[in-house]
Design a protein around this ligand. Structure first.
Ligand code: NAP
Ligand code: GLV
Ligand code: GLV
Length: 322
């Protein structure tokens, strides 16, 4: 019997590639850059499953191009805002993602951005490389303390809670949060307090975004939100670039409306080299690497390929978003 046909939109870890080659009639997109839309639609024709990254728009046009035999979209990420899940449901196409296994790595990334922003680490590194370091400076490179501060978490889900645990347990921070539903367990364990968004903005020394990108959260960090924040607040976003309005963030950083920002996500991704977000000394930008550790990426591959195989067999996925 012929193997099911699968398209994979980028190279993944070797163990994953080996398994894909064994189990499917697979084509893997080898370039570091994603396939163009035109090429993507061409490549998925006749596929039973597609392993996607967050850069691929999966919508009716995509499903039409693939054909009726398509059974499953397996997203190599936990976030799936690039996928029209309702359209998939209508067509009976399963959609899987990779939750849980990337929680620690992404929470660590948020913390790395926070501490690096607070202690102006990248500025310091560039200062040395540019030949400017002459002596120990009693007045140079002054940053922020973390201990005992108030952190506001927008979206106390898996990653938000794990980040909060690090802040509360390690640095004795007070935790405020917003969420669609209350989180009584986290409130108990972390003494976290659920507040309205506006109150969180006004009271937090550090604000970290951990909600998914959805209709409600799109652009929620706009000029009005930054205006409510403290002038020395640090804004951290490891969730999705679309949750902040980037020109408004640039303005807030330029005018001292807020103190600094650490971003693992931008809008768009990647930003163009002349994007103002890359020209600010008080903004640290990482190339969307929250889940980029060896074991995390291996675990993501395992789940994503399980999802692919199960979906093609018409069985319930290991991690389904529907
Ligand atoms: P999760 O467990 O589903 O957490 C998301 C949380 O956001 C949920 O608790 C949800 O609240 C909350 N939320 C949704 N809409 C909200 C709103 N309007 N206001 C406040 N809170 C809201 O997901 P996760 O595994 O922690 O992942 C979170 C996100 O991180 C992903 O969707 C993805 O975009 C991003 N991510 C980025 C990286 C990276 O590489 N930088 C890696 C992994 C994930 P309820 O619980 O009440 O529904
Ligand atoms: C990465 O951004 C993810 O959603 O897993
Ligand atoms: C700094 O290096 C100090 O010893 O305080």
């Amino acid at each position: 019997m012929s193997q099911p046909k699968v398209f994979v939109t980028r190279k993944i870890v070797q163990a994953g590639l080996d398994r894909l080659q064994n189990e499917f009639d697979v084509e893997i997109w080898e370039d570091a850059a994603p396939p163009s839309r035109e090429v993507l639609l061409e490549k998925i024709r006749g596929c039973h499953g597609v392993l996607t990254m967050l850069s691929e728009k999966v919508d009716d046009e995509f499903f039409e191009a693939a054909g009726d035999q398509l059974k499953v979209i397996s997203q190599y990420a936990v976030g799936y805002n690039n996928i029209d899940v309702e359209a998939a449901k209508k067509r009976g196409i399963a959609v899987g993602n990779t939750p849980g296994v990337l929680t620690n790595a992404t929470a660590d990334m948020a913390f790395a951005l926070l501490i690096a922003s607070a202690r102006r680490l990248i500025e310091g590194d560039q200062y040395i490389h540019n030949g400017n370091w002459k002596s120990w400076e009693p007045l140079g490179h002054i940053g922020w303390d973390l201990e005992g501060k108030t952190v506001g978490i927008v979206g106390l889900g898996r990653i938000g809670e794990t980040f909060a645990k690090r802040c509360q347990g390690g640095w004795d921070m007070k935790v405020l949060y917003t969420s669609r539903s209350p989180k009584p367990e986290a409130e108990q364990k972390l003494s976290a307090v659920r507040v309205e968004f506006e109150e969180l903005l006004e009271r937090s020394d550090f604000v970290s975004v951990h909600c998914d990108l959805n209709e409600e959260t799109k652009g929620m960090f706009n000029a009005a939100a930054f205006e409510r924040m403290k002038n020395d607040a640090i804004f951290i976003n490891t969730a999705r670039g679309g949750i902040h309005v980037q020109p408004d963030l640039v303005q807030a950083l330029k005018t001292g409306q807020i103190g600094a920002a650490g971003l693992d996500v931008t809008d768009p991704e990647p930003p163009s080299l002349n994007d103002e977000i890359l020209q600010l000394a008080n903004c640290l930008v990482a190339p969307h690497i929250g889940s980029a550790t060896t074991s995390t990426r291996n675990n993501m591959a395992e789940i994503a390929i399980d999802n692919l195989a199960l979906g093609i067999d018409g069985k319930p996925l290991r991690c389904s978003v529907t």
